[in-house]
Unconditional design. Structure first.
Length: 247
């Protein structure tokens, strides 16, 4: 049974939902509970160690220029997760069963055995690189808060701030400009980048908050969760007995 605690004169139920800072994911944008927005960029990896000293120097100078040109904060996140090779091994086994050539079949069995031995000895990890670009709406601060007031506000649960459709479009435009600047800076370093859409963001946060469940249960397409809205039609509804009903 959930316990309730008064906060600022109101009764608020404690739950996992209230601890999440995400309010909504819309049009490829993460709307936070404090009214700010986030966009997430997926970047490719570059093998820095295999580059020549001149190439490494150019990458470092490009990174310095990229950081110095930013007038807003960014967050660089590296996500590591174990790769599940069981589907790949099952596919190889099916191909082995369909292989009529005995020599090729023996080679495939050795290859499958080496992969299974490698999986048992080490954890094969996959790394993904993300850049989170934020946008914080301007706040009109009329009175400077004291240190004690600021600490008390930080300890309270984050209140949900509603954003109108007009404000969302305005904030989204500003966020898009920042995202474009970050993507351009990554491109100068030889890093390919792509902005995550709504479905990719949902999958990302789902796997992040539920790593064990996400490994076995994948999310369905978010579009399948949408249902048509039933609205009132024009005219007057017919009265009397329904067709075919006894009079």
């Amino acid at each position: 049974m959930a316990t309730q605690q008064p906060i600022s004169g109101a009764q608020t139920t404690k739950s996992t939902q209230n601890s999440l800072l995400i309010s909504e994911i819309k049009d490829g944008v993460v709307v936070m509970r404090d009214g700010s927005l986030r966009s997430v960029i997926l970047g490719s990896a570059i093998n820095f160690d295999l580059m020549s000293p001149q190439e490494q120097g150019s990458i470092e100078y490009a990174y310095q220029g990229f950081i110095n040109a930013l007038h807003f904060p960014i967050q660089i996140v590296i996500k590591s997760q174990k790769i599940d090779l069981d589907p790949y091994i099952d596919k190889l086994k099916n191909l082995r069963n369909e292989q009529a050539n005995e020599l090729l079949g023996v080679l495939m069995e050795d290859y499958i055995g080496n992969i299974k031995a490698l999986v048992e000895e080490v954890n094969i990890m996959d790394k993904q690189f993300y850049v989170v670009v934020p946008y914080f709406p301007p706040v009109d601060v009329k009175h400077s808060a004291s240190i004690v007031t600021g600490i008390q506000a930080a300890l309270r649960p984050t209140p949900t701030i509603s954003v109108t459709e007009e404000q969302f479009r305005q904030y989204k435009t500003e966020l898009a400009n920042r995202t474009s600047q970050v993507s351009s800076g990554l491109n100068q370093m030889g890093i390919r980048s792509i902005n995550l859409g709504s479905q990719e963001l949902i999958d990302l946060y789902y796997s992040w908050y539920n790593p064990e469940v996400a490994a076995g249960e994948k999310l369905i397409d978010a579009q399948q969760l949408l249902t048509p809205v039933v609205t009132k039609g024009d005219g007057v509804a017919p009265k009397g007995p329904l067709p075919g009903s006894p009079v």
